[in-house]
Design a protein around this ligand. Structure first.
Ligand SMILES: [Zn+2]
Length: 219
C-alpha cells in the first residue's frame, strides 16, 4: 500500500493506494468495502456530486463528496487522483487516463469543487501510481491530440532515439494549476505501474492484468 505524505496530514481524511498483491480485506474495514462509492469509469469527463443514498454511478470518472463516506477508483496505468479541501471538507476522486485528461476530467472536477465553495488555493492533491514517462511510449498521431499543450514550458514529451514518451502526470498537474491549484500542493507518487512489478499494468499485461483499488474517504 502506498500513501501520500501530503494527504496524511489531515485527520479528517483517510486514503490508500493499494498494490496489486495487497489484500483489501486486511487493509480496509468491512464497512469501508461495503459502503464505498463506486464509479463505472468510462474514460469520460463526467463528474457528479455524490448523493448520500447512491453508491454506484454509471459513466462517471469524477466524484465529489462533502459528507462522511469513501470513494473507490480502480486503475491499471491510468491516474488515480484525489483532491481534498480540508477547510470545506470536500473530497474528489478522479479516474484519468489520456482520454480523461484530453476531455478535461480534472478541470471539470475542480470546477465542481469550486461550485461547492472550495478555494483552489486550499486544495491538496495526490496522484497515485500510474504509467510514467519512462514507459508511456506514444505515436505522433497521439501527440497531435495534445498539440495545444505542446510548448516549451510544459515539456510533456521525452525522446529516446526515435521513440517518444508522454508525461501524463505533468499534464494532469498542469491542468490543476491552470485552475488555481498550487504546484507545491500536488503530490505525485513516484512509482510507475508498468516497470514496477508491484502494480497492475494494462499496457504491459493486457486487459486481464487486474485492477488496483485506490480508496479515499472523509472520516
Ligand atoms: Zn516505467
Amino acid at each position: 500500500m502506498v500513501q501520500s505524505k501530503q494527504l496524511l496530514n489531515f485527520s479528517t481524511l483517510k486514503h490508500y493506494f493499494l498494490e496489486k498483491n495487497d489484500n483489501e480485506f486486511s487493509i480496509l474495514s468491512d464497512s469501508i468495502i461495503a459502503n464505498c462509492i463506486r464509479l463505472e469509469q468510462t474514460h469520460s469527463n463526467n463528474v457528479v456530486i455524490a448523493n448520500k443514498n447512491i453508491k454506484y454511478y454509471k459513466s462517471t470518472d469524477g466524484i465529489v463528496i462533502n459528507f462522511e463516506s469513501y470513494i473507490s477508483i480502480r486503475t491499471a496505468d491510468c491516474l488515480p487522483i484525489f483532491l481534498y479541501d480540508s477547510k470545506k471538507n470536500v473530497l474528489a476522486g478522479i479516474h484519468a487516463g489520456w482520454k480523461g485528461l484530453y476531455r478535461n476530467i480534472i478541470g471539470n472536477t475542480v470546477k465542481v469543487m469550486r461550485n461547492l465553495g472550495c478555494n483552489a488555493l486550499d486544495i491538496r492533491s495526490a496522484i497515485g501510481p500510474h504509467i510514467r514517462s519512462c514507459c508511456y511510449k506514444i505515436t505522433d498521431e497521439f501527440l497531435e491530440l495534445f498539440r495545444n499543450y505542446n510548448n516549451e514550458n510544459i515539456h510533456l514529451i521525452k525522446k529516446n532515439g526515435t521513440n517518444k514518451f508522454f508525461d501524463l502526470e505533468k499534464l494532469a498537474s498542469f491542468q490543476m494549476t491552470e485552475l488555481g491549484v498550487l504546484k507545491k500542493n500536488i503530490d505525485i507518487i513516484p512509482y510507475c505501474t508498468s516497470c514496477d512489478s508491484r502494480f497492475c499494468s494494462y499496457r504491459k499485461n493486457g486487459a486481464n492484468c487486474g485492477r488496483m483499488l485506490n480508496i479515499a474517504g472523509i472520516v
